[in-house]
Design a protein around this ligand. Sequence first.
Ligand code: ADP
Ligand code: MG
Length: 305
Amino acid sequence: MKIVIALGGNALGSSVAEQKGNATLTAKKIVEIIKQGHDVIISHGNGPQVGLINLAFSEGKKVNPKVEDMPFSECGAMSQGYIGYHLQNAISNELALNNINKKVVTLITQVEVAKDDPAFLDPTKPIGSFYSKEEALKLGYPVKEDAGRGYRRVIASPKPVKIIESEQIASLVNAGFIVIACGGGGIPVISSDGKLSGIDAVIDKDFASSKLADQIDADCLLILTAVDNALINFGMPNEQKLVKATVDEMEKYNLEGHFKAGSMKPKVEASIDFAKGGKSRIAIITSIEKASEALQGLSGTTIRL
Ligand code: ADP
Ligand code: MG
């Protein structure tokens, strides 16, 4: 199968050392999947990394006037390189250990969003440093109070419309390469008069991975996160694992409010969007530990039309 694997935050961690260590563990799981004979395209989140990169510039500017604030699309591009490096390095090492003659490539990926996406009118995603109210109001950006901890800049999280480099990704996969792409949900760009340009936004990585899987006509969208299954009645005494579900069943559970916004809900909606595209498609939500079992139908939550 051609599989788009979306890695969650726990596959990477946040500090450099933690990310290197986690990438090594993640690479072992990815190589298990490759050993089963699948072609893989790997996407990943970048929340902590993009926040740190942005913070480094805004703090750096205080001690060196040559340093300027780094726009979020550039921070996203830097995070794709930084995380891509660790994953590319770890997967290559693991392939060599297993005597598998396959090569890995990381592709900087732009993702188009709509200029008039309603998310731009109501930015909700808190990012970067905390400020006092007075400091925050001087920033010139939209800010919101974040859970009693201070004020933070908020940016929009628009829906991905199109993965710009999907043809390059598909060609690399067809040529036998393992591709790391669409990191952090992709670099957000808008199109004006036929030109693409970066915009301050963060695209949800689950939605972007689903769009990528659709555009390259993958067979499977495998969303790897901190839990083995999507649950209904999450956190309640009657919580229940979902093992096999249809798109209609998942839509019903979603409307009933079983999946939390900002965590499980985007995964479920991304899975539904992908699985809706054809009867042969399968979306799976599970943990990294259970990934290869889930592909054999032995674990995880599997969603089909
Ligand atoms: P990732 O970094 O992989 O995107 P998130 O933290 O965004 O991870 O989402 C995964 C989390 O979603 C789980 O760790 C769990 O705490 C939470 N969650 C919310 N609702 C559910 C649910 N209905 N079933 C399972 N997990 C849920
Ligand atoms: Mg998430």
